[in-house]
Ligand binder design. Sequence first.
Ligand code: ZN
Length: 470
Amino acid sequence: MSINWMQEVLKRKDELIRDTQEFLQIPSVLDEESATEEAPLGKGINDALQFLLKRGEKEGLIAKNVNGLAGHLEMGQGEQLIGILCHVDVVPPGDGWTSDPFSADIRDGKIYARGAIDDKGPTMAAFYAMKIIKELGLPLNKRVRMIIGTDEESDWRCVDHYFQHEEMPTMGFAPDADFPIIYAEKGIVDFDLKQEVSHSHVEAEVKLQSLKAGRRYNMVPDWAETVLQADNGLLVDIEQRFLHFLASNHLKGKAVVGEGVTTLQLEGISAHAMEPDQGKNAGLLLANFLTGISLDSQAQLFVHFLDRYFNGDSRGKKLGIAYSDEITGDVTVNVGILSYNAESGGKIGINLRYPVTCDIEETKKILEQLAQQSGFILESFSDSKPHHVDRNHMLVQTLQRVYEEQTGERAELLSIGGGTYARSLEAGVAFGPLFPGRPDVAHQKDEYIIIDDLLKATAIYAQAIYELAK
Ligand SMILES: [Zn+2]
C-alpha cells in the first residue's frame, strides 16, 4: 500500500494548526505554588496534560493519566510497544517577546509561542501522526504509545515516575531535538573537588579572601571575581599587573582597590559544557593570574591545582583521563563553578562528558587518586549514563529510510555531547523536530515553529510510526 503521507497531513492542515495554537496557549510552566495532589507540578502543566489526554480520547485512543506526573495515549495491538516520548512542560517565557508568549500568534508562516519548537509543536505533530494512521484504518501489529512527560525542563520526575509504574517501550523516539537522528549521546557526570583545609597554614604578603566563578556545572563561566587582602602599596602593584594581564590576553575586567583590599573581576565567554573550547573560562583565567602572586599556602595550592590540571585543557589530558571513541568523540571537562574562601578552602564544580565506550569507573578512580594526592576530596559524583542505539538496529534503519523518503536528503546519524529526552528510553533515539540549518530557538524569546516544518515533521512521524508498528 502506498500512502501519500504529506497529502494526508495537508488534508488536516487547518485543524492541526488550530489544535497546535490552542495547546500552545496553555501556560504550562512548572509552578510548585499551585501544586495539588492531582496537579503535582501546578495548574498550567496539568491543564496541558489534560488537554492532550482529552484530545486523544476524542480520537479513540486509550488515555491514561499517571498520577498527574505523566500520561499516555495508545493505539494498535500486539506484544511489542513503540514509544513516542514528548513533553508538555515549557521553560518560563522570559522578557522581550514581540507578541504574548502564550498567544500563539501566526506571522510569516510561523507560530510564535513558548513551547512552539520545544516541545508542544512537535508533540502535536506526533499526535496528528497517530491520528492519521488511526483514521486511515491501517492495520498495526504492535501497540503505539505516545508517552507524555511533564517535567523535562526541570528534574525529569515525569519519566522517573512513569517508568517505575508503566511498561518500557520495545523501542521508540523522542521528537525533542534535531533531525535527522541523534543515535548516540555521551555520559554526563557532575562532581565536586573539595579542598581539604590544612591547619598548618603558611601566611604570605597577600591573603586570598575569596574567589568565585560560574553558577552552573554545564556552562563555561563568563565571569570571575576575587578579593585579595594586602597592604595598599602591594595592592596597587597587583592592580597594575592585573590590567596588564587583561590587555595581553585580550580580556575584559576591572580592579577595584579599597583600603587594604582589592577586588579583581574578569569577563570570559560563556559556552555550553559539551564544547568548553567554544568559550573562555573566566575562573581558570583568573586562577592563572593568581598563580603569579605570592599567596598564603592554602590559596597557593588551590590556584596552582586549577592551573596545572585544567587550564587550557578541556580533554582531560592533564588529569590523565583523556579518552575518545568513534561513536561519540572525546571526553570533555568543564570547570563550571569555582568557590574559595579563606575559612573553608576551595571547591571546584566540574561537568565531565564521556564517550559511550569509556569506562567511567576507571576514570573515577583516577580522579579520586589525583584528588587525594593533591589535598582534595572527590564528592557529589552524579552519573547519567551514555546512551546509544546501534546503527544497524531496526529502529535506526527504519527512521533513516523514512526521513530520506520524506525529505530527499541523506539521514546522517548524529552523536552529541548533550543529553536528550531519548535517553530515558531503553532503545530510543532523538528524531527531530529541528531540521538541519534551522536556527535553534528553543528557550529563546520569540520561540517559533515554521508551519511548513510542522507539517513536514508530521508526515515524517506518521510514516515512521506506521513503518515501525505495521
Ligand atoms: Zn524539550
